[in-house]
Design a protein around this ligand. Sequence first.
Ligand code: PLZ
Length: 446
Amino acid sequence: MTIEQKRVVSTEIPGPLSLAMQARRSVAVASGVSSTLPVFIERAGGGILVDIDGNQLIDFGSGIAVTTVGNAAPRVVDAVAEQVALFTHTCFMVTPYEGYVAVAEALNELTPGTHAKKSALFNSGAEAVENAIKIARHFTGRQAIITFDHAYHGRTNLTMALTAKNMPYKQGFGPFAGEIYRVAMAYPYRWPTGPENCAQEAFDAFVSQVHAQVGEGNTAAVIIEPIQGEGGFIVPAPGFLRLLSDWCTANGVLLIADEIQTGFCRTGDWFACDAEGVVPDLITTAKGIAGGLPLAAVTGRAEVMDAVHVGGLGGTYGGNPVACAAALAAIETMRAENLIGRAREVEMLMMARLHAMAARFPQIGDVRGRGAMIAIELVAGSGDDTPDAALTGAIAKACHSEGLVVLTAGTFGNVLRFLPPLSISDDLLSEGLDIIEAAFAAAVAG
Ligand code: PLZ
């Protein structure tokens, strides 16, 4: 069923049917699980989400960077239907099937580097990160893991420990896993001596901190998002990833790139590391890999992946056949529709508009990101970079009531981030940007 690619706001948002459903939900669903915008969705595709009140919302979220190929993308729908009718599950650890192997082959081919690689499949991003750490510790015989300010790696115990932000992710959930050490991120916009010094100074601080507080010889891995996601789409200063990668190689430390949010065409490359020519030892993927079905992976140097004893990795559902069929169809869609090229077009369109807005509104302190992973950081303005979370929330809310789904992010809650599906039209993109601009004009005038 095709959805007309048009925004329709025919009720208040949320509408009466969504409000009634929300009342039902609040009785049945644990309140710790929250929703950015409680409109209940009935259908979705292209760049549109259709709610149960018949409103058609423009999607600048992709379910947090998941539906890169679009919601209910035709190839994904067909592949899932076919697989689900054949068999739904055997458990790869009991009796295997081809789809899992084919996804591993695709990952080994598409991820950065031409060396021999192997993959293992899991269900969620957090589970992939957990397994990457298990593998890194096993291979190196070392325990310490270095993570960064503003990092996000998940909500399980080990990944909470890796994640930087307390509220809402960690508050009251400790104690956290040990042997995790946090260092400063090369965050150009907020680097004290200016963006031009950021890469080298952040790297120097990293080197001395690891040496003094951890010991290179105790360090199993450095884990980094090549563009930080939940932390606010922080693009590390150019050269920082390369410096880290070289240091890791020189010290027998593994570099783990968490490409769960950045991977699979999102940033205008297959993977965000590609833009800097950095080749990580291990890479974690999820989200965009399977067009909305739950699938995640660890891919890495064959000798690292094979260091773990037989039976040491696994899980009941990891690499479920339906999710694997979806992933193969999503990857085929990315190739056939040149979604790398499409992400770059989205970047050009969004960047031009957002830079123009930043010239108009001093509260837009920074415009950053790559491909269809773009954000603006909101501050007090006119030379004052104090984060403005209240303005960020107000603009997000104004966009929501106009039928545009936008997400916020950032350690200080002052980042508006845009993650449209790559199936969105230019018209919807432009209309979404018009809504954002109008929301700014109204908020800063008021
Ligand atoms: N690593 C880089 O972005 C998930 C989290 C939303 P899971 N990001 C969205 C929320 O509030 O829970 C993410 C990520 C990076 C790991 C993860 C974790 O992936 O599939 O949510 O476990």
